[in-house]
Design a protein around this ligand. Sequence first.
Ligand code: AMP
Length: 512
Amino acid sequence: MSADTTTAQEALTFADLGLSPKVLSAVTDAGYTKPTPIQAGAIPHSLQGKDVLGIAQTGTGKTAAFVLPMITRLEKGRARARMPRTLILEPTRELAAQVEENFVKYGKNNRLTVALLIGGVSFDEQEKKLERGADVLIATPGRLLDHFERGKLLLTGVEILVIDEADRMLDMGFIPDIERICKLIPFTRQTLFFSATMPPEITKLTEQFLHAPARIEVARAATTNSSITQRLVKSGSKPWDKRETLRNLIRSEGDALKNAIIFCNRKIEVSDLFKSLQKHEFDVGALHGDMDQRARMAMLDNFRSGRLKLLVASDVAARGLDIPDVSHVFNFDVPIHAEDYVHRIGRTGRAGRSGKSFTVVTRGDTKHLDAIEKLTGQTIEWHDGDLSTLAPVTEEDDAPRRGRGAPKRVRGKADGERKRDHKRGRKEEVVEAKPADVQEFRAEVADIAEERRTRKDAIKSDNASRGARPGNASNQSRRDDRRPNRSNDDLNDGTVGFGDDMPAFMKIEVKV
Ligand code: AMP
């Protein structure tokens, strides 16, 4: 895309995009003054009935990029029983529910019937809605196919298909379901396809199911907001060491910590950490895929309304959720994908407020940490160089899991905590640490610094030899990853990007 095209798109207003007056009025009521790049790029094409390939992550305004033109196009025509006119596929129930909220917000001047087909909710209610006829069907793939197989749904009337968060669908094993669904919908439909990244499996899917799509690409966020104070915190690598480190951090933040999201890499860690924090009497909730829909919604509501202070979540469970500004983000695990770091900490420091993020780092994390620093072009400071404050004290909650080969309880700085446990009348076994245990731990955390220094030197000399600044190499390779088909003219329709700047709309306070 030429610089002229980009500038022209930047100057666009919502009124220039071709949306209906009813939709424009709802957008004005939502308080948006300017379309985001993905909206400016995708809306005109989708209003013309073209297929769209939107490469954009959540937070870029991509939901409105497909919801607004859909509502405009649905103003003509009516829904028939069991034959939805449009279908939106989402990987998780929360995302599906969030898209439904978007229809309520942007469709307030339109009389649309929206049906949500997600797991964890009774079939009966959903069937009744289908029976009445739905203009918009928002579904997770599994539940959609369940309804289809029960004979309660016909997909032959679908005029517009949206596949959202395609790469997340891939991670969650939904691609065979998506392929099946695509084959059940008329070939003449319009398809709007969104993915944050374009791994080969997703590219294959787009080649199979999109027809001459307009490609709109929004660069991934590679910068972190300067109003977020970011710190790294050294920890021993055992789960109980990390939990102790986290508890110390939470306590040391005192009243400055209004509310926090604690990110883990896997759902098993979410569950373990949640139970542990609960045991230690923190005001905590968790979001993970195994909870039923009602429990997850209730948990989110409690957190949004301030009734819960801490929320433990995985990237998958938290992805795309419109969670309001939080004072703190803790990375219990260093994220495996560097971009996830930017998204995680972007939950704080919104709307010009200050925020804090702490990342618990163990010896095995240096590779991922380097990738984060390379992506953001920043060196993240250590919170407290004094390792003595982070002596590994294992806790009572780990005791039931101890078997042979399990770690010994080490007497450290958290004596006060153990006293409190005594007061609560809990039985406690304390095994005095052998000097060798402590030494081993200290050697381990000291090695983190050394290993990182070595890696950094290697990266520096690599960059120097390429004449690149630290962020460039990774930016380039990420872009290449997402453009395997750059030679394909069909896919080269329009590319817009945020460059290195945090887009202003991302700093706008989120209303809930
Ligand atoms: P999404 O990427 O769809 O999850 O949107 C992220 C957030 O941006 C949501 O809270 C939207 O309400 C908000 N948003 C969407 N479009 C705009 C816009 N044009 N201006 C300001 N905020 C927007």
